[in-house]
Design a protein around this ligand. Sequence first.
Ligand code: HAM
Length: 442
Amino acid sequence: MVTLCAMRFALCYFLTNDMEAPKESKIEIKAIRGFSDILPDQVGKWQFVEATAREVFEGFGFSEMRIPILERTELFTRGIGEATDIVEKEMYTFTDRGGNSLTLRPEATASLARAYLEHQMYTFDPVAKLYTIGPMFRYERPQKGRFRQFYQIDAEVFGVENPVADAEVIIMLVRFLERVGLEKLELQINSLGCRACRPGYREELRNFLTKKSFGLCEDCQRRLQANPLRIFDCKVETCQEAIADAPKVVDFICPECQGRFDQVKENLNMAGLSYVLNPRMVRGLDYYTRTAFEVVSYQLGSQNAVTGGGRYDNLFQEIGGLDVPGIGFAIGMERLISLLPEEKKFIRYPHLFVAALGEEGFKEACRLVNQLHLQGVWAELDYERKSLKSQMRRANKLNARYALILGEEELKQGKAVLRDMEGKTQEEIPMEGLIDTLRKRI
Ligand code: HAM
């Protein structure tokens, strides 16, 4: 007969942190390059960020939508623009068995716009405030902060032309980032003009860069004709040099765009938000008009944009013929999460480990654990019925907050031992009313 008394004194020996070093993986089939697994010890951060987004966004009147991961390729070629990096070289496109060209979504804005039109959401209310959370796919060169499958939290307002909506969306984004606990971020804004004034600027830029075209990389030589604004995004040093003193889009925007941009800034000022004007930020998607913004972190290295967004008043016409204005943003979750500190609050540990001795102890442990699970208490036990020493080692390894030790002798006396694994103290507690006692502690 094993009793606890003989063992209690020995427990302190076992309660050391004995995490094993990870063993080298033996698997031959590994995840695809640029595609990551999010392991349980990281998931807490993801859940925290997603829950905070839901809470903040819903407070601002946004509703969640879930959209397909696959769309017809045409949605993105028309929506994002043929002459963008995304459409030219980053889409995962394939033909399905029915001969349709399909694409894994590289972003969510075009899909949300398609869904709004397809379900005629405007008939209920022309204004729709929507958000969605999920994976996006781009065949980019993987590096720190850049993946081929990455997650976005995307929010959009459809149906409002007034620049008050631009400011509201930016304010919501900043409040969310504050709530998540991120500091030292910089909000950058710009105006990209509209259909009326952008062509003039594009021409001006093309003329300017034509004079420097010998310094441009092969891609940018092509961009010069097709879409010179994209040259701003090129990371090649000689292209950066060529563009350094290029004309700024804000100097070419029409009075209406200027007036709207001033209103956005005024509303941001009223909300007490600080921002930086970045005349070189043009965003990598063609659908943008007027307001464009990014939130960057200088802790992130070259892929420093945590969020990108802006207004897109022509996207709906491109994909469906209706004239619906839109404004929104997408947060890159991997980049945001990499800025969060490693905190204990993000990791879940069992509330309780039930260590049982003998036949009766094990039966009681199973019964108790089942009841506790129904009460929302995460309780674990040792399925292999190993020695107390080994059970306590496991409780310690799992980082259980408490251990409940059920010894046969103590059970006969209607008692159990509750050990506080953090405080390293223990006490006897009666079996009667045990669940209530545990729930009060946990
Ligand atoms: P985007 O700038 O292409 O905009 O992406 C938004 C954010 O997604 C980026 O700031 C970055 O944090 C993250 N991101 C983009 N590509 C990658 C990648 N390969 N790996 C990791 N993170 C990445 C859009 O997607 C627009 N749809 C945003 C928007 C919504 N504009 C208006 N509404």
